[in-house]
Design a protein. Structure first.
Length: 154
């Protein structure tokens, strides 16, 4: 028998940070037809502060990967707060991972794996891995990573 994403999260001992409030004029989540769209999320820590740093400058790619994993936890918290149970999600469809990095840094996909690996743990390889882009750019507030995603609902 397959284990649900919420049961898997408990089994893994995942701790979710507080869901951030919108920092502008947008919705944290939006359901259209059978899809859940999640606005860009940043790596929120348990104390409500954001992780900081620019990959290739202030922090290394391992820190970036950890920040991407923390961004996954933030997104899951946002989903639970503004939408409901993770068990309503059938699969990951699309992920856009943005890395705040120096112009010479070229390992953005490695950094965003921190996000993707956690979702694959929760939904399994078949449903937890969708299509993805991983790019480098300047990001607001000095955050190392911002990630948005689209999920298919049951």
């Amino acid at each position: 028998m397959d284990i649900s994403p919420s049961e898997k999260a408990k089994e893994l001992g995942l701790e979710f940070p507080p869901a951030p409030q919108p920092a502008g004029v947008y919705r944290p989540v939006l359901v259209v037809d059978k899809f859940l769209y999640v606005s860009g999320q940043a790596p929120m820590q348990m104390d409500g502060t954001l992780m900081q740093g620019r990959v290739g400058d202030h922090v290394d790619m391992e820190f970036g990967k950890l920040a991407a994993r923390q961004t996954a936890l933030t997104m899951l918290s946002t989903i639970q707060t503004h939408f409901g149970s993770l068990d309503k999600i059938k699969r990951v469809v699309k992920v856009l991972g943005m890395v705040n990095c120096t112009p010479d840094f070229i390992r953005q996909p490695y950094v965003i794996n921190g996000f993707s690996e956690l979702l694959a743990e929760l939904w399994g390889r078949e449903y937890g891995i969708g299509v993805r882009s991983a790019v480098g750019m300047m990001l607001p507030d000095g955050i190392p990573v911002e990630i948005e995603a689209v999920f298919e609902l049951h």
